[in-house]
Each structure stands twice: as structure tokens, then as C-alpha cells.
Design a protein around this ligand. Structure first.
Ligand SMILES: [Zn+2]
Length: 233
């Protein structure tokens, strides 16, 4: 599927999914928000796309957090990954909505970021001599999740970055994204999907206004419409 499509869950989808992989998308702009977006249709059916431990392993690789999907992830790690995801989302929506952040979510992300960072490793070098190296996050799915928590902490814990976090302005889209536009006024997760739908809706509303005016020439033109929705979503 299109890596950047967020509005395409068919109504006839059989839930719960056997695997969420076909429904992942990558327009969050950073790993923490891509993880949050693995819970889809938050406005409606709350569709889980990290269904199995294999899903989590594949997702970490697809997201570029690890080079290769970890061979085996315990089921408890999957549950903890979902818990981390929901804590990041609780912080994200509180920041976007301008409400105080839940302390439990802060504490949970704080515990995860302690697992981020590199660890030393000693290997046999190509010349047959020992070589000091670094373990990659692939060595531990939990460290990979720690890296995502660290991304969330950097994003939400600094005023400049926090101001760029958005929830898509469409009522029927729950995509979270990081606004990297120069002006910082992006409202839609994607112009190809939600932005276009909003544009078409505005166009239809304008046409209906015009039709009504033509049907009743005595109708006074309505005051100038506002220039579309404003502000952060
Ligand atoms: Zn959207």
C-alpha cells in the first residue's frame, strides 16, 4: 500500500487483524509518531496493527530503527511496546490540546529512555584481533523501543519541537505528524488524502451557496467566508 496513505481502512475489514503489516503507514515524520500511528482509526474502531510479536519485529525493521527484524520478540515486549505507544500518544494529544500531561505517561517514557543509547561490544576483528565495537539496537528490541521513547522525549520535551506536533485536522483521520513545513502551518497529514478531501468539501459548499443564490436572486450574498480553518489542530 501507499506508504503515505492514512485514510484507507476498508469498512469491511475483519477485526481483529491477523497481522497489521499491510496497514502501516509512515507519514508521522519521526519514529515516535509513526509508532503512535500503528493504532489506527483512533476516532472510530481503534484498529490495532501491532497484532503479534512478529508484527513488532517487522515494524521496527520497516521503521528503520533496527537493520534486521529481531528473530524473536517475547509477547510481553509487544504488550510493553503498545503501552509505550499509548503513553507517547497521551503526551502528544495533551501537548496538541494544551492540557497538562499525564504524569504516569511522563514516568513511563522516562523509564524507556534509560534503555536508549549504544552499548559497547567486543568482537573478533577481520585481522583476527579483538575489536571494540557497538551493539546495534537490533540486539535488543527493548533498546530499539528505548530509541523511539528518546525520539518522543526530544520531540515533546523541547518547546521548539513540541510546537510542531500535530493531529490531522480531518475528523475521520487520527494521523499524528511532525510539521516540518517552513511556515509550520500544516493542518493535514497529507494533501493527497485529507487535504484534498477538505478542499473538495469546501468547493462543494461554495457551489451549493452559489446554486442557492441563483435559485433565489433576492438572496443577499452571505458575508465573506473565513479563509478556511485556522490554527493548530
Ligand atoms: Zn489525515
Amino acid at each position: 500500500m501507499d506508504r503515505n496513505a492514512a485514510r484507507d481502512l476498508p469498512p469491511e475489514l475483519v477485526l481483529p487483524l491477523a497481522s497489521g503489516a499491510p496497514w502501516w503507514y509512515w507519514l508521522g515524520g519521526r519514529p515516535a509518531l509513526d509508532l503512535v500511528n500503528t493504532r489506527r482509526e483512533r476516532w472510530n474502531r481503534e484498529v490495532e496493527t501491532l497484532v503479534t510479536p512478529e508484527d513488532l519485529a517487522q515494524w521496527l525493521a520497516a521503521a528503520g530503527i533496527v537493520e534486521r527484524a529481531p528473530a524473536r520478540i517475547p509477547h510481553s515486549d509487544l504488550l510493553e511496546a503498545r503501552e509505550l505507544r499509548e503513553a507517547i500518544d497521551a503526551l502528544t494529544t495533551a501537548c496538541v490540546g494544551g492540557t497538562p500531561v499525564p504524569a504516569a505517561a511522563v514516568a513511563l517514557v522516562d523509564r524507556w529512555i534509560a534503555r536508549a543509547g549504544t552499548r559497547p561490544a567486543l568482537r573478533c576483528g577481520p585481522d583476527g584481533l579483538p575489536e571494540l565495537a557497538e551493539r546495534g539496537p537490533a540486539d535488543s528490541p527493548r533498546r530499539a523501543l528505548g530509541e523511539i521513547a528518546l525520539d518522543a522525549a526530544r520531540m515533546l520535551g523541547t518547546p521548539e519541537q513540541r510546537a510542531r506536533v500535530r493531529v490531522c485536522g480531518a475528523a475521520d483521520c487520527s494521523a499524528r505528524f511532525y510539521d516540518r513545513s517552513p511556515a509550520g502551518r500544516r493542518r493535514w497529514c497529507s494533501m493527497e488524502t485529507c487535504g484534498n478531501v477538505a478542499k473538495a468539501r469546501r468547493h462543494r459548499a461554495r457551489r451549493q451557496d452559489n446554486d442557492r443564490e441563483q435559485a433565489d436572486p433576492g438572496l443577499r450574498p452571505s458575508p465573506a467566508p473565513s479563509r478556511g480553518p485556522r490554527g493548530a489542530v
